[in-house]
Design a protein around this ligand. Structure first.
Ligand code: VAH
Length: 324
């Protein structure tokens, strides 16, 4: 990897992945592709930024040619809850945008990282220890675009030799950029509310177990799979990767070890609950561990400790800046 483009660079994963790639490969060698979401000052001022609307194939071509891109991390996507509210937009961005990206990658011989998701599974998938290779009949538009995306990426590898690789991400928890409309967003919001209000009203019910991962591990997975020797890969799109599985009660109990007075109550969002109920309780990620050495570092206690440490400082700072 020498010249890298990150689409969706201002999003929850993109904003941190872009900064880590700049640290590793040089600021000027990593282009932040942005569209609707505005980048932070840190992201904008630390390296090249370009407006890249993946629906506009010419915009993708232009940026890839201008910077002689050889690797694309394609994170531009509509997440599950927004996709259910706006299915046409989700199909257009998640599939037509991906198709454009793959066509440009084919022409310019770029390697491509495309994240899939636990959303690529559905209610007929074995939901415990979900296998790497299993039934994928998702019932959400997001899931349909993720399965179609996996198949399209494998097709471009087998038919055209495009070096496509991907992981099925679980819910991602982070403290830099808020997530944008996913079913697992509660697992981020709960930490912000615990610090600000010492209470949280959760929109997924107690007992809703989902795979989850802390952002440093999510970034590690994306970079590690793109750096591994292609000869080691038996799978490509996409690998199950997970770090933990918890429900809202478990994360609330962990928060209470730091904020004893924290309380949680529930106002279940039926759309998000239906999506979450169709997703695995926990995935088997042994294929990623065997084929490219995947090994997460953060467990729920370690993530909670770090989230509360970072957000306790950040939210005080934000409060100070907002009061000025
Ligand atoms: C969502 N955070 O909730 C995303 C993710 C596994 C879930 O794809 O839509």
């Amino acid at each position: 990897m020498k010249n890298i483009l990150v689409t969706g660079s201002a999003g929850q994963i993109g904003s941190e992945l872009t900064m880590e790639l700049r640290r590793r490969y040089g600021n000027e060698n990593v282009v932040a592709g942005i569209n609707r979401t505005q980048p932070s000052e840190k992201l904008r001022d630390s390296g090249p930024c370009e407006t890249v609307d993946c629906i506009d194939i010419e915009a993708v071509h232009k940026t890839v040619k201008k910077y002689n891109i050889d690797t694309v991390f394609h994170l531009a996507a509509i997440l599950s809850a927004v996709a259910e509210a706006k299915p046409n937009l989700a199909w257009n961005v998640n599939i037509n945008g991906l198709y454009n990206l793959l066509e440009v990658a084919r022409e310019h011989e770029c390697a491509v990282f495309v994240p899939s998701s636990i959303g690529a599974f559905g209610p007929t998938t074995p939901l415990d220890d979900t296998p790497q290779d299993t039934i994928q009949r998702p019932t959400s538009m997001y899931g349909v675009t993720k399965v179609a995306g996996e198949l399209l990426c494998d097709y471009y590898f087998q038919r055209f030799g495009v070096d496509t690789r991907g992981v099925r991400y679980p819910g991602i928890i982070s403290n830099e950029t808020l997530p944008g409309g996913g079913t697992t967003d509660y697992a981020v919001e709960i930490y912000y509310e615990a610090i600000k209000k010492k209470k949280y009203t959760c929109n997924l019910g107690a007992g809703t177990f989902l795979d989850m991962m802390y952002m440093p591990d999510a970034i590690k997975a994306a970079i590690q799979i793109m750096e591994v020797d292609a000869g080691k890969l038996q799978h490509r799109n996409a690998f199950n990767v997970t770090a933990m599985s918890f429900d809202p009660e478990a994360v609330a109990a962990e928060i209470r070890k730091h904020i004893p007075e924290f309380t949680i109550d529930y106002a279940v969002d039926p759309v998000k609950q239906a999506i979450a109920d169709s997703w695995p309780n926990n995935m088997d990620d042994s294929a990623a561990r065997q084929e490219w050495g995947w090994a997460p570092e953060y467990t729920l206690p370690e993530m909670t400790k770090d989230m509360i440490k970072v957000l306790s400082k950040k939210l005080v700072v934000d409060d100070n800046t907002t009061t000025k």
